[in-house]
Design a protein around this ligand. Structure first.
Ligand code: SF4
Ligand code: SF4
Length: 498
């Protein structure tokens, strides 16, 4: 084992074999650390300190130095700004630097960088920033009555509806929200948790295969659109380690537009899919990646739609998801919280290796829950000590990447927003909506949805099994990859440097 230090970016890496390029910046100039004389090491440390100071100075530099506010490009499909309301308080820029951890110099890269996470919107005291809205367009399509409009509803949405309309029973909140969507005019309603089940099933087998081949480890999850963009810009060296899977909404969309349409005899050109979630990043991601899902609307937009339609919740009947793509395991709910996707994957990996379910008292992995920015757990299976980590913001991720600490894990789940999708930028904005207590409350409700589910294991989801039997064959099969495989691009060029 040798310890290398990159001459250009000072990235330190320990490797057994010789390397020709720095995995971080691509430079081919290295020192083997043990070979460096003491005075050289002092010089290197000196220059690293200088660079650190420089980096601090150059975090998101606007061309106009008096402008403390974030800049947004005209083609930002997630976020917009009303200049008349902006008081130039600088709160949004602080959030973008410290939570989203974006660093760039506009003098060099010309275009503002944004992942669409929406955390700046949640922080803006004057509501000068907002998430771009598309819900009126969706309603027009429903009213024209020519298309089959299908909702893909995320759990964080009905939990928020429950909170705002004082519905304490989370299962009632879910059924009432489905009822609201029917009243608004959606033809079919499915849960995004079905997509999470699909994703977790595929990723479990992908992980097992990588472990058995000892390649591309750790496997990084690829379900968070903001994280994907961050990786493409700041860590292209990790793109090979990302799971091949698309995001859960896109995977569910593929099943709706292929398998569901075929079963129902629908022409897929008539289908319009609408994801409803707390995530604002999907809007930007959807356009930039040209994804098949037709519209991404947020919880906030759904609330505006309820208001526009003058819907009185007392008069709304409870309803259930439609079938064929409607069954959800408890694991499917879990993906809405940071760490939940990992818990779900562990259940399947354990089952495959040990040929039995995790015992009832082992099923909840408490080490992966809570507010810590980095959480980790080791799961003992018959043939493997599975080491996993969960990271909830990009600053913490950078800590893991430093000195190759991340290499000790088999699986790393990354979500851009603290707490996971329940704290996405498209959530309903009310007082303290994204404070720790609210995130904790919503997380507890997600854990309860899982706990109360009749089936908590993805691999026992009957509709999912049917889809594999009739259409996909196996996870990772050619059929699966044909519709589920994502494509990641090295976007380092957006930083304006090679
Ligand atoms: S947080 Fe809002 S008001 Fe403050 S600088 Fe940003 S956009 Fe303007
Ligand atoms: S949406 Fe996120 S990444 Fe984009 S400007 Fe706001 S905080 Fe920064």
């Amino acid at each position: 084992m040798k310890e290398y230090l990159c001459d250009s970016c000072r990235f330190k890496i320990e490797l057994e074999e010789n390397i020709s390029k720095c995995p971080k910046c691509g430079s081919d100039s290295f020192h083997v650390v043990e070979d460096i004389a003491n005075n050289e090491i002092d010089a290197i440390i000196e220059s690293m300190l200088e660079e650190a100071k420089e980096e601090k100075k150059s975090r998101i530099i606007n061309k106009n130095e008096n402008d403390k506010c974030i800049l947004l490009s005209d083609d930002n499909y997630s976020i917009e700004k009303n200049n008349d309301k902006c008081i130039n308080c600088g709160q949004c820029k602080k959030v973008c630097e410290n939570i989203a951890n974006l660093t760039y110099d506009l003098n060099i890269c010309n275009n503002p960088i944004c992942t669409g996470c929406g955390q700046c919107v949640l922080s803006c005291p004057t509501k000068a920033l907002s998430i771009k809205s598309e819900y009126r367009k969706v309603k027009q399509i429903m009213d024209a009555n020519e298309k089959i409009v299908i909702a893909i509803l995320s759990p964080s949405v009905f939990l928020t509806i429950g909170k705002i309309y004082n519905i304490d029973d989370i299962s009632v909140a879910e059924k009432k929200t489905i009822g609201i969507l029917r009243k608004i005019g959606f033809d079919y309603i499915f849960s995004s948790s079905f997509g999470s089940d699909l994703l977790s099933f595929e990723e479990s087998f992908e992980l097992i295969e990588r472990i058995s081949k000892k390649e591309k480890l750790p496997l990084f999850t690829s379900s968070c659109p903001s994280w994907i963009k961050y990786a493409e810009i700041y860590h292209p060296e990790l793109l090979n380690n990302l799971s091949y899977c698309k995001t859960p909404i896109e995977m569910e969309d593929e099943i709706i537009k292929n398998y569901f349409c075929e079963k129902k005899g629908f022409d897929r050109k008539r289908i319009v899919t609408v994801s409803i979630s707390n995530c604002s990043a999907y809007k930007l991601y959807g356009k930039e990646k040209n994804v098949n899902t037709d519209y991404f609307i947020t919880t906030n937009e759904l609330l505006l739609l309820i208001k526009d339609e003058d819907i009185d919740l007392k008069t709304i009947d409870s309803s259930n998801y439609d079938s064929i793509v409607g069954e959800i395991s408890g694991s499917g709910y879990l993906s809405s919280v940071s760490g939940g996707q990992t818990e779900s994957i562990i259940r399947t990996v354990y089952r495959v290796i040990n040929k039995k379910d995790l015992a009832k008292d082992e099923i909840d992995i408490y080490e992966l829950r809570g507010n810590e920015d980095i959480r980790e757990a080791t799961i003992n299976t018959n043939s493997l000590k599975l080491k996993v980590a969960v990271v909830t913001d990009m600053k913490s991720l950078e800590k893991l990447l430093e000195n190759s600490l991340y290499k000790q894990y088999h699986l790393i789940e990354v979500s851009f927003c603290k707490g996971g999708c329940i704290n996405g930028g498209g959530q309903a904005i009310y007082e303290n909506c994204n404070n720790i207590e609210n995130i904790k409350d919503l997380s507890e409700k997600i854990y309860l949805l899982d706990k109360n589910s009749k089936n908590r294991f993805v691999y026992n989801n009957k509709e999912l099994k049917e889809i594999y039997k009739k259409y996909l064959e196996n996870p990772g099969s050619n059929n699966s990859k044909k519709i589920f495989q994502s494509n990641f691009e090295n976007k380092k060029v957006l930083l304006g440097k090679e």
